[in-house]
Write a protein that binds this ligand. Structure first.
Ligand SMILES: [Zn+2]
Length: 243
């Protein structure tokens, strides 16, 4: 049985290694996904600035029309001034002329403001476009690098996977079945050490008698709490492990 446990420990090591490869590959793919998303966000921002520019241009046209209308009204009222009889009518026309003159000034200022806004949006859009094309170049470079890296990981992964196939053939069908189920149910960790009576999978204590059995290693022991397969391991000395 001791030999079987050793095989299971080795299998667990291989499976953890394989899981590590998967995590590495996912991380590399994430770089590309993040970059693509960033580019997409900039494209959307560029579209938004184009729409903003369109809206501002429309506002500019409307304001120009208002400006022209005010000018026309002023001329019209000035002409009418010649024909009015009473001072009351005269006053009313003067008032209208004043109002339209105010409108002339207002619309003129507004058009200037709109032009400034259009200019600002244009600067912003140019900046975004530059960033976007820069990121597109980066994406191309990153895609090449990531593809290479993933290929490399995949090659190593295949070798490790072959090792796994060989090893799993040497295991008893029952223990392999039990281990495989645990691997799925216990998040990739089916075989764990018990150190100082503590299961290193769930960190609960194992009863003393069972711990003795684990130490002997004569039969397959499972954690009473998480059901992971347990093996005996000495407590490691506290060493600064900087890998
Ligand atoms: Zn446990």
């Amino acid at each position: 049985m001791k030999e079987e446990i050793v095989k299971l420990i080795n299998l667990q090591e291989i499976d953890s290694e394989i899981a590590g490869f998967d995590t590495d590959i996912a991380k590399k793919q994430q770089i590309i996904t993040d970059r693509e998303q960033s580019i997409q966000e900039k494209k959307e921002a560029i579209t938004a600035s184009q729409e903003k520019t369109e809206a501002l241009l429309q506002e500019q046209r409307d304001t120009n029309a208002e400006h022209e209308d005010a000018g026309t009204r002023i001329k019209d009222r000035q002409n009418k001034m010649m024909q009015v009889q009473t001072s009351r009518e005269h006053q009313a026309l003067l008032k209208e002329i004043e109002e339209n003159k105010r409108l002339l000034k207002e619309t003129e200022e507004k058009v200037l403001q709109i032009m400034e806004q259009i200019e600002a949006v244009k600067v912003e859009a140019t900046e975004l476009e530059n960033l976007c094309s820069g990121e597109k170049e980066l994406l191309e470079e990153e895609t090449v690098t990531v593809e290479k890296a993933i290929k490399k990981i995949d090659n190593t992964r295949k070798k490790v996977a072959n090792k796994r196939t060989t090893l799993s053939k040497n295991l008893q069908a029952s223990s392999l079945k039990r281990y495989s189920k645990l691997l799925i149910k216990r998040d990739g960790l089916g075989v764990v050490p018990a150190i100082e009576r503590v299961c290193q999978g769930c960190f609960m204590s194992v009863p003393p008698q069972q711990f003795n059995e684990i130490r002997k290693g004569d039969k397959l022991n499972v954690c009473p709490n998480c059901q992971r397969i347990l093996y005996y391991k000495e407590k490691e000395e506290e060493v600064a492990d900087e890998k």
